[in-house]
Design a protein around this ligand. Structure first.
Ligand code: NAD
Length: 361
């Protein structure tokens, strides 16, 4: 079977880390007997330099016509780059927002996994880090407070600001279904994070997700209030498998989950729509401070490629092979500069790619 993959190298370290992820995808294709056809798409600063726009309609059409999109990162140093003297809707980040919207990517997935070899980078107490954790945050991405009506007004000399948090049951159901489908590929547990003791929107979330849960009898379902979830993430993260939540709670909790797992260079992410299509990207930015030096950590992008195989192409075996290879490379003592520790062997971007490919089986 041939699959079409759009590649968006982007800016800064983007082209370097995407090049390694592409080589890993090629190895996965070879192992599976499938073939991948790639199309490179310009976005962000690279697109501004070439076309004057952060994302063209042609670029969107190419992404839409593919089975999945793998992205590096976009943007430059806001203090020095000429891209940031453009109006906000012409800057690099506007391209990414436009792409997410055009592709209707409503489910954001961010795994947080603690590699035993990187335990020293975990800010949690040793006895908690020793238990390890492996969770997937599923965040609704296109509704809620960030997209609701808002206004600021003044009455009798007093300023008031209003933001609206609204969800309809269809928006909740579609992301809940994604969360349960993902749990079925993992340890079969979903925790719905809400504030149902206070918010009407959370009570609707609970009612809808309880209904969805009935279609997945093999998945354990529980609810947890958001304030308690924030505490439990630092007290006992091992209890979680899939955490499902609305946009703003997810924004905050996914950063908390990233923080407890150590380096930003290790964290992958995916944004999915109603079909199996998805946009896959590392959680970090374009790191302009180290761009072009061949030292960036490609692991987050390589793990994003593994998510692409798992969630868009149903190639679980090859996704497992990549994730296992990353674990082996770390166990063998290889580190890029951002995760370097005493007694380890420091390698560059390309060498890290080679080491992972060698260990894929
Ligand atoms: P950043 O994540 O790019 O960098 C923060 C620090 O982490 C830097 O010291 C950097 O060298 C390091 N770092 C990040 N990724 C790394 C990797 N793979 N390997 C080794 N070190 C790594 O964040 P920033 O400096 O705040 O932002 C730089 C640019 O990236 C900005 O233009 C910002 O808007 C953009 N950005 C883009 C995305 C995206 O494309 N989705 C996300 C976040 C930031």
């Amino acid at each position: 079977m041939n699959y079409n993959i759009s590649l968006i190298p982007g800016d800064g370290i983007g082209p370097e880390i995407v090049a390694e992820a592409k080589r890993v995808l090629d190895k996965a294709a070879e192992m599976s007997g499938n073939t991948f056809s790639y199309k490179e798409v310009l976005m962000g600063g690279a697109s501004i330099d070439a076309t004057g726009l952060p994302l063209t309609d042609e670029a969107i059409a190419t992404c839409k016509a593919s089975d999945a999109v793998l992205m590096g990162s976009i943007g430059g140093d806001a203090r020095t780059s000429s891209w940031y003297r453009l109006p906000p809707d012409k800057r690099p980040e506007a391209g990414l927002l436009k792409l997410r919207k055009s592709l209707n990517l409503f489910a954001n997935l961010r795994p947080a996994y603690l590699y035993p070899e990187l335990k020293s980078a975990c800010p949690l107490k040793e006895e908690i880090a020793d238990r390890g954790f492996d969770l997937m945050m599923v965040r609704e991405l296109t509704g809620g407070l960030y997209f609701g009506e808002r206004k600021t007004f003044e009455k009798d000399g007093v300023k008031t600001a209003i933001d609206t948090l609204s969800y309809n049951e269809n928006e909740i159901r579609r992301v809940a279904i994604k969360a349960f489908e993902i749990a079925e590929k993992r340890r079969k547990k979903v925790t719905l994070v809400d504030k149902a003791n206070v918010l009407d929107s959370s009570r609707l979330w609970r009612a809808v997700v309880i209904e969805v849960a009935k279609d997945y009898p093999d998945v354990t379902f529980e609810t947890m209030l958001v304030d308690n979830s924030a505490m439990q993430l630092v007290k006992d993260p091992a209890q979680f498998d899939v955490m499902l939540t609305e946009n703003m709670f997810g924004d905050i909790l996914s950063d908390e989950a990233s923080m407890i797992s150590g380096s930003i260079g290790m964290l992958s992410s995916a944004s999915l729509n109603e079909t199996r299509f998805g946009l896959y990207e590392p959680s970090g930015g374009s790191a302009p401070d180290i761009a072009g030096r061949g030292i960036a950590n490609p692991i987050a992008t390589i793990l994003s490629a593994a998510m692409l195989l798992r969630y868009s192409l149903d190639m679980d075996r090859e996704a497992d092979a990549i994730e296992n290879a990353v674990r082996k490379v770390l166990a063998d003592g290889y580190r890029t500069i951002d995760i370097m520790a005493e007694g380890m062997k420091q390698v560059g971007t390309k060498e890290m790619g080679d080491l992972i490919i060698e260990r894929m089986e």
